[in-house]
Design a protein around this ligand. Structure first.
Ligand code: XMP
Length: 517
């Protein structure tokens, strides 16, 4: 394990990902963790992240200098670099000489461990106020910039390295190489974190946790739950049962994809609950978005819990015990919620006769240590279909929140058709990976005049909402080619009855959200 010590910037996750891209396993720990505890984890190397503080600030988070005496290879980045410089007797000045953004770095020791084989002038990404003006004794200065005399240093004997910039961001052109040089050459780590090894390791861990027990897993159609289920299935076979609730708000072909393709690829035991009638009844007459979401969420939990209880009851009748619940929690969720360890118990209340008042499940979270791209790789390794592995995000409330107005079966059918056309055309144009997602929205309460064939029509508009994004927190509208837009428009207005207008949403997020409701 390589430990990434988080000094409170947004960079720690990125660093951990880059280390994993170098096929070395990494974990993030808070800077408040005592050094003894870090060392107890027997890390192969430690990376100190950047952070927003100045090493001179009153409350600046520090690092116990014992870390540098432990014989563990350390790489300091940005703030971590300055902490290292200060702790080891170098000089860090609060000069006000700021550097932000792309900067040219001059490598002054081309044969150094970190920089060997990279150009002597390279672009790096800087973001700092303080600067190191003298390296600690015993250290060699390996790079500088126009304003910062010590932009990188190393002490090969003690295996301590540091750079002032952020090698983890893509704007640092040779950043990944420099990080790999630290891991492979500086720390002497052999890359071994491969998709195959992740699968093996997780399968063994799941077997150890579940033993001879049984588990259930809720499938949403999304990539996380699918990969989690496939991993658990690989580990315990048909002692896993998956439950998929079809709320009738899915897109065309989605339920079939889970029912057929997913089962074909994994051989998983699947129970599909068709609850569309129930959802539509509950949604009748409702057009307020918040209310729709609440109703869908509430019904979903009820249906899922009921299916769960039935399964547990059936297993119980057969003398079996279902006590594990599989969830597709990812590493960023774990880090963001404080990085707690150990297993959490969730309570599931229900009122099915003959069962205890509340059941307790132990959670199985095989993706807890993985990033999204690793999850997709594992999915591929497990043989899941491309359509599932590279699926674009689709909201839990489904098409229910893409109909502006009341949700009815007829409207769902219209929207499903229009959406299928858009997806088909985007795929045919090879744009699936380029766009983040493309909701299609039916303005069910709006009608506009049109002329189709010989007659006047009074139909509904649909809105195309193609966006590019990295994390859905912010987004921009995608500039789709005009000929593609033209094809989509022609097809929708020709093929979908009652839709006579296709419009394009050209709003970024913020101010607009991705979904319309
Ligand atoms: P917004 O509309 O807030 O959406 O910009 C951001 C991302 O989240 C998805 N989304 C949801 N996903 N349940 C979900 O599982 C929801 O209720 C929900 N609402 C929005 C949306 O598709 C986008 O990817």
């Amino acid at each position: 394990t390589v430990l990434v010590v988080d000094f409170g910037a947004q960079y720690a996750q990125l660093i951990a990902r880059r280390v994993r891209e170098a096929r070395v396993y990494s974990e993030i720990v808070p800077s408040t963790m005592p050094v003894a505890e870090m060392l107890a984890r027997r890390p192969r190397a430690v990376i100190l992240s950047g952070g927003p503080a100045s090493v001179y600030a009153e409350e600046a988070p520090g690092i116990d200098a014992a870390l540098f005496e432990a014989g563990v290879p350390v790489l300091g980045l940005c703030y971590g670099f300055q902490l290292m410089a200060q702790a080891l007797g170098g000089t860090v000045d609060n000069t006000g000489a700021r550097e932000y953004g792309a900067t040219s770095l001059s490598v002054v020791r081309p044969s150094s461990t970190l920089f060997e084989g990279t150009p002597t002038e390279q672009q790096v990404w800087m973001s700092h106020g303080d600067a190191c003006s003298a390296a600690p004794s015993g250290f060699t200065v390996t790079a500088a910039t126009a304003t910062v005399p010590v932009a990188a240093f190393e002490n090969d004997e003690r295996r301590l390295y540091g750079v002032q910039y952020h090698p983890e961001v893509l704007h640092s052109t040779f950043g990944q190489q420099v990080m790999e040089h630290f891991l492979y050459r500086g720390a002497g780590i052999e890359p071994s974190w491969t998709t195959g090894s992740i699968v093996e390791e997780q399968v063994a861990a799941i077997r150890a946790q579940i033993g001879e027990g049984r588990a259930i897993c809720g499938l949403s159609g999304g990539v996380d739950s699918a990969v989690a289920a496939a991993l658990v299935n690989r580990a315990i076979g048909d002692r896993l049962t998956c439950v998929y609730v079809d709320h009738g708000l899915m897109r065309e072909g989605e339920t079939e994809q889970v029912e057929k393709d997913f089962v074909a690829a994994t051989g998983v035991r699947l129970r599909v609950v068709d609850a569309s009638e129930r959802f539509l009844t509950a949604l009748a007459g409702v057009s307020d978005p918040e209310q729709k979401r609440k109703i869908i969420g509430r019904e979903f939990i009820r249906v899922f819990e009921q299916a769960q209880a039935e399964l547990v009851a059936e297993a119980g009748a057969a003398g079996e015990d279902v006590s594990f619940l599989v969830q597709g929690t990812l590493y960023p969720d774990v880090v963001e919620s404080g990085g707690g360890t150990g297993t959490a118990n969730i309570k599931s209340h229900h009122n099915v006769g003959g069962l205890p008042e509340d059941l307790e499940f132990e959670l199985v979270e095989p993706l807890r240590r993985l990033f999204k791209d690793e999850v997709r790789m594992v999915g591929q390794e497990l043989g899941l279909p491309e359509e599932i592995v590279h699926r674009q995000p689709f909201p839990g409330p489904g098409l229910g929140i893409r109909i502006v107005g009341e949700v009815t079966r007829e409207r769902l059918d219209l929207l499903r058709q229009a959406d299928a056309i858009v997806r088909e055309e985007l795929t045919a144009a090879g744009l699936d990976r380029e766009i983040w997602q493309c909701p299609v929205v039916l303005l069910a309460d709006v009608r506009s005049v049109g002329v189709q064939g010989d007659g006047r029509t009074y139909g509904h508009p649909v809105v195309l909402r193609p966006v590019t994004s990295e994390d859905a927190m912010t987004a921009d509208w995608s500039r789709l080619p005009y000929d593609l837009l033209a094809r989509i428009s022609t097809r929708i207005t020709n093929e979908v009855r009652d839709v006579n207008r296709v419009t394009l949403d050209i709003t970024s997020k913020p101010p607009g959200t991705i979904e319309w409701e």
